[in-house]
Design a protein around this ligand. Structure first.
Ligand code: FAD
Length: 586
């Protein structure tokens, strides 16, 4: 069956045709009737690309599988930035050469051109661009890979940086969004790429869109178990279990689209896998992980022994744990150190929920009145663990860790507290996928390259779908994903708009079949039940939101308004109203 036959079969087409007629007389209500640049993905890279392409005069259509924008940045923390006013105020003297050297040393085989391009751009093209949009950088955290502290946290974490960008894009008349649509193919022939095909996740129809340029900004592949395993580094076994710590839509679909159109994939085995994962008790499928840290804890293996400097570089801990079989260890800490326990992975993880759903669950957290009882609860050898804790406490009293140099001797840093106040806790941790450091090959202008290294006309890529163009080498640093994704998005948007020299743009009708689901009357939580229970495709984020609404017993009117009653946000005005709810959770 041809694409056209398929599309004309789909229920959306009649509606699309009707929309086109409508578009002729009421372009405001149904979005712009044509598009020049298509952006796949509304994360940091895609939003920056859309804003730049629109600024360059293009009409832009952004498609996303999710029903809302922001992508991974919604879950992330901060940016690696060099030479900022905040660094200056804090007395951190940073410069381009120092930062380039740090990033190259940490990544080991990073792409030097992109490292330098990003470091030079991070102040003028990333920091200043965000600040101009109202983003405030509140704090800088030191990290072992940075010889000068440069990991910048915005107010409201990375969501506080991406939400203003999303708002600007939503308000921009030149940018249209098509949510709940998964781009399933690129329209291409020997002369290049001329559009996309997308599947409506709610209605099930398909649509086809033509444009002069397509920018792929669809993110990484770390939630796709098949791709993760297929591209696992050859020298190592895939750990079991291996939890997922990336977003729901990090499926790597963009990689397939690009390679079908002839793109080369590079560095695919560079995957940043954390070894700080705990099974997420809310995931019935048992696949998802939460991130767990406790800087005051010791780490012990299955024999109850310490095996590494717990305060050492994360990449060393990752390499060692991933090389072991089984790839697992336990964080052991006492009651005072419980205050330093951090569990991250979703807006539902407030202190009360952590207490009820995690700390009180003996399958996740073992507890004991003394070390032997703890060992028994955790399934660790009691003599081994008791000897380890006694030895560690002796080192703390003596001021020197004779085994792993965590403290004392030439090691700077504070002495950790004794591990001696009951009750004692142990949490077993596992590897968890997180970020892709390989993907679609691009050149220095973000043009997608084929296997011969030639650009594919009309196709650009930015952000994690490119593996951030190798800027992280083999070891992801802190904050070196978000900023470069933004920079590459801006570059791709500018390059795509520049392609549209007058008369060269392919202006085609926008054939979109926007479904209009029935509106639920206000303040009737009962009406939510059916949709919350059903696993309907295209309603993933809706379920995430309204499960929390039910759990927190919020009234519909806390977020919905007269101009956006409980129901989908169809108009631009409604999308902007919906936008105001985001910071209730993120
Ligand atoms: C929990 C977590 C914390 C992180 N913390 C940090 C941090 O502190 N600092 C840092 O620098 N980096 C961090 N990262 C990494 C960083 O957030 C990402 O690398 C970055 O946000 C990637 O942006 P992007 O726009 O390229 O992709 P994404 O943000 O992944 O956006 C891609 C978008 O494309 C959509 N999409 C995917 N496939 C399709 C398709 N076929 N059709 C339509 N739409 C599609 C997705 O729904 C998504 O909205 C973190 C990542 C995670 C998972």
């Amino acid at each position: 069956m041809t694409i056209h036959a398929f599309i004309s079969r789909s229920a959306g087409v009649l509606l699309a045709a009707a929309m086109l007629v409508l578009a002729g007389c009421k372009p405001e209500a149904s979005g712009p009737p044509r598009t020049d640049v298509i952006v796949v993905g509304a994360g940091m890279a895609g939003l920056a690309a859309a804003i730049e392409a629109a600024a360059g005069g293009a009409r832009v259509t952004v498609l996303d599988s999710n029903s809302v924008g922001g992508g991974h940045a919604i879950l992330a923390s901060g940016f690696s930035l060099v030479g900022t006013p905040l660094q200056e105020r804090m007395g951190y003297r940073d410069d381009v050469e120092t930062a380039v050297a740090d990033i190259l040393a940490w990544g080991e085989d990073a792409d030097p051109w992109w490292v330098r391009r990003y470091v030079e751009a991070s102040r003028p093209e990333v920091h200043d661009w965000l600040v101009a949009r109202g983003v405030q950088f509140a704090m800088i955290l030191p990290n072992p890979e940075d010889s000068v502290p440069r990991f910048h946290l915005p107010r409201g974490a990375a969501a506080g940086a991406v939400l203003p960008v999303l708002r600007e894009a939503l308000a921009n008349e030149r940018i249209s969004f098509i949510w709940n649509h998964e781009v399933s193919g690129l329209l291409h022939d020997a002369s290049g790429v001329s559009g996309i095909r997308a599947r409506d996740l709610r209605g099930g129809g398909e649509l086809e869109l033509h444009a002069a340029a397509v920018i792929l900004a669809s993110g990484g592949f770390e939630s796709n178990d098949r791709l993760v395993r297929e591209h696992w580094p050859a020298a190592r076994a895939v750990p079991d279990p291996l939890y997922v710590g990336a977003g729901h839509f990090a499926t790597g679909g963009g990689l397939q689209l690009a390679s079908d159109a002839g793109a080369a994939l590079v560095r695919m085995d560079r995957q940043l896998v954390y070894v700080t994962g705990m099974p997420d008790p809310r995931d019935a499928a048992g696949r998802r992980g939460l991130l767990v840290l406790n800087p005051a804890a010791i780490m012990v293996d299955g024999s109850g022994r310490r095996f590494i400097d717990e305060a050492g570089a994360s990449k060393d801990i990752e390499a060692l744990v991933l090389s072991r079989s089984p790839a697992t260890y336990w964080l052991v800490f006492d009651e005072p150190a419980r205050a330093q326990l951090m569990i991250r992975g979703g807006p539902w993880l407030d202190a009360g929920t952590i207490e009820r759903e995690i700390m009180a669950d003996p399958a996740l957290v073992s507890r004991g009145g003394d070390i032997r009882a703890l060992a028994l609860a955790a399934g660790l050898p009691a003599d081994g663990l008791a000897a380890t804790v006694a030895r560690y406490n002796r080192f703390v009293r003596e001021g020197e860790d004779a085994d792993f140099r965590r403290f004392g001797g030439a090691t700077a840093g504070r002495l950790p507290p004794l591990l001696d106040t009951p009750p004692f806790y142990a949490i077993q941790l596992f590897p968890m996928t997180r970020k892709s450091m390989g993907g679609v090959a691009i050149d220095h202008q973000t043009r997608v390259l084929d296997a011969a290294g030639q650009p594919i006309r009309g196709l650009y890529a930015a952000g994690e779908v490119t593996g951030i163009a190798g800027i992280n080498g083999s070891h992801g640093g802190s904050g070196t994903f978000l900023g470069p994704s933004l920079l590459q998005g801006r570059m791709a948007g500018q390059a795509a708009a520049a392609m549209l020299a007058p008369g060269r743009g392919v202006v085609t009708p926008l054939a979109t079949a926007l479904r209009t689901p029935a509106t639920v009357p206000p303040d009737d939580p009962a009406l939510l039940d059916g949709r919350l229970a059903a696993d309907e495709p295209g309603f993933w984020h809706f379920r995430q939101v309204h499960r929390m609404v039910v759990q927190r017993e919020l009234a519909c009117g806390d977020c919905h308004r007269a101009a956006w009653p409980p129901g989908p946000a169809r108009t631009r005005e409604q999308q902007l109203l919906q936008f105001e709810a985001c910071t209730r959770c993120h």
